[in-house]
Design a protein around this ligand. Structure first.
Ligand SMILES: [Zn+2]
Ligand SMILES: [Zn+2]
Length: 411
C-alpha cells in the first residue's frame, strides 16, 4: 500500500486513490478469518501491507495484537500529543452465507462483524498519515486488536502495556475507533456523547432443590417453580428498581431442569445476560440480581447460587471527542454526513476498556449500498452480512482526519 502526498491534496482524495489496496487487504483478511486472541495470519497481513512505512511496532505477549507507532514530522510544531486509532481483528465462529468470491475459506468462521474492514481502514489511515507526516506532529498509535468478540483483547493489550501505562503517564491523550454498520445509510457517520454501547455481563443462576416423584411434590423441594419465579421477578426488578432514563436489561435466555414428565429435578439452571448503560447501574444490578435470586430461593427453603461473569464495561464516549468527530466528518464528508444518535445500543464492545482510561469516542459508519433501502440490509453478526466496500476509503480518511485534527487542536 502506498499513498503519494501532494501539498494541496485533500485527505479524502488521497484515501480514494488507496481504494484498491484497502479493498485488497480487507478481502484477503475476509477470506482467512481468525478467532479470539490469536490471529497470526491477520497480523502478518498487516505487517506485510505496512512494512514499508516508518512504523515502530510493539507486540505481545498475551495476544497477536499489534501497536504501530507513527511519528509526525511537521516543522515548527512541538505538539507532544499522542492519539490512538483502533481496529479490531477477529472474526466470529459461524458459517458464511454471502456467496462472495472472497468468502471465508475457513469452516465455521466468518468476518460477520466487519473487523476485516476495520483493519483495512486503519491500515489505510496509517498509509495516509505516513504520507502526510510532514503536516502533523506528535504520535499516532495504531492499535490492531484481536479478541473483540467476547475475548477481552483490548484489556489484554492494555495489561501488556502496549498502549503505555496510566502510572507512568504514557497512555495516549485521545482514542478513536470506527465500527461498520451494514444496515445504516451509505457513508453516514453516527455517534453520541456518553454511553454508546452497554456493559454486557453473563448471569448464571443455579437453584438447588431436592428431586423426587412428580406426583408427590410435598416430599421434594421442586426448583422449577422457584426458577420461574426468579425469571419473572427479574423483570419486575428491572422496571421497579431502575430509573427508566438509565435503563438496564436482563434476559434469561436459557432454562434447564429435569429429564421427563414425572420426575422433579434436583436443580434448575438459568442463563442470561445483563446490560446496563452506566457503571453505577451495572454495580447495582449485580447486587440486586444476586439478592433477588438468593432471596426467592430462601423463601422456598432452597438455595440459589448466582455467578456473574463480567463482560465488557459500558462504552462511554467523551463529549469533546464526539464534537471533534462531528467537525472532522462534516469537513471531510459534507455537512449531512454526521448524525447524533438519539439512544445507545445495548450491544457491547471491548473498546470500552480503552475509553475507560483514555478520553475518546467510537463512531458508526454506514455501509449499506448507495441508493438501496438500508433497512433491508443484513446487520452485523448475520451470515449474509455484506459491506459496500466503496465506503472504506471514507473510513480511512476519517480515522486519519481524527488523528490529525486532535494532534493539531486537542479537544
Ligand atoms: Zn461483533
Ligand atoms: Zn464488532
Amino acid at each position: 500500500m502506498r499513498a503519494a502526498a501532494t501539498a494541496q491534496d485533500d485527505l479524502l482524495a488521497q484515501a480514494r486513490r488507496l481504494a484498491t489496496e484497502i479493498t485488497g487487504l480487507r478481502r484477503a483478511i475476509h477470506a482467512e478469518p481468525e478467532l479470539g486472541l490469536q490471529t497470526p495470519r491477520t497480523r502478518d497481513k498487516i505487517r506485510l501491507a505496512l512494512g514499508h512505512l516508518p512504523i515502530r511496532w510493539r507486540e505481545g505477549p498475551s495476544t497477536t495484537g499489534l501497536v504501530g507507532v507513527l511519528q509526525g514530522r511537521a516543522p515548527n510544531s512541538r505538539s507532544g500529543r499522542r492519539v490512538l486509532l483502533r481496529g479490531d481483528m477477529d472474526a466470529l465462529p459461524m458459517p458464511e452465507d454471502t456467496g462472495l468470491p472472497f468468502a471465508s475459506t475457513i469452516p465455521n468462521t466468518m468476518h460477520a462483524c466487519g473487523h476485516d474492514a476495520h483493519v483495512a481502514m486503519l491500515a489505510g489511515a496509517a498509509e495516509l498519515l505516513a504520507a502526510r507526516a510532514d503536516r502533523w506532529s506528535g504520535e499516532v498509535l495504531l492499535m490492531f486488536q484481536p479478541g473483540e468478540e467476547g475475548w477481552h483483547g483490548a484489556r489484554f493489550m492494555l495489561d501488556d502495556g502496549l498502549l503505555g501505562s496510566a502510572e507512568a503517564g504514557t497512555l495516549p491523550d485521545a482514542a478513536f475507533a470506527l465500527h461498520v454498520m451494514p444496515n445504516a445509510p451509505h457513508g453516514l457517520v453516527g455517534g453520541r456523547a456518553g454511553a454508546l454501547l452497554a456493559s454486557a455481563d453473563m448471569l448464571d443462576i443455579t437453584v438447588q432443590g431436592a428431586g423426587g416423584h412428580a406426583s408427590m411434590p410435598h416430599q421434594t423441594r421442586d426448583p422449577v417453580p422457584v426458577a420461574c419465579e426468579i425469571v419473572t421477578a427479574l423483570q419486575t426488578l428491572v422496571t421497579r428498581q431502575f430509573d427508566a432514563h438509565d435503563p438496564v436489561v436482563v434476559t434469561i435466555a436459557r432454562i434447564e431442569a429435569g429429564t421427563t414428565h414425572n420426575v422433579i429435578a434436583d436443580v434448575a439452571r438459568l442463563k442470561g445476560t445483563m446490560r446496563s448503560l452506566s457503571p453505577a447501574h451495572r454495580a447495582r444490578l449485580h447486587e440486586a440480581v444476586t439478592r433477588l435470586a438468593t432471596g426467592i430461593a430462601a423463601a422456598h427453603d432452597m438455595a440459589a447460587e448466582v455467578t456473574i461473569t463480567n463482560g465488557f464495561p459500558v462504552t462511554l464516549c467523551d463529549p469533546r471527542a464526539v464534537d471533534l468527530g462531528e467537525r472532522v466528518t462534516r469537513d471531510l464528508l459534507g455537512a449531512e454526513a454526521f448524525r447524533r444518535l438519539d439512544a445507545p445500543i445495548m450491544g457491547a464492545e471491548d473498546f470500552a476498556y480503552v475509553l475507560d482510561l483514555v478520553p475518546g469516542a467510537m463512531f458508526f459508519l454506514g455501509f449499506a449500498p448507495q441508493g438501496e433501502d438500508w433497512t433491508q440490509c443484513c446487520g452485523i453478526h448475520s451470515p449474509r452480512m455484506m459491506l459496500d466496500e466503496s465506503v472504506m476509503p471514507r473510513g480511512a480518511a476519517l480515522l486519519a482526519g481524527l488523528a490529525e485534527r486532535f494532534l493539531a487542536e486537542g479537544f
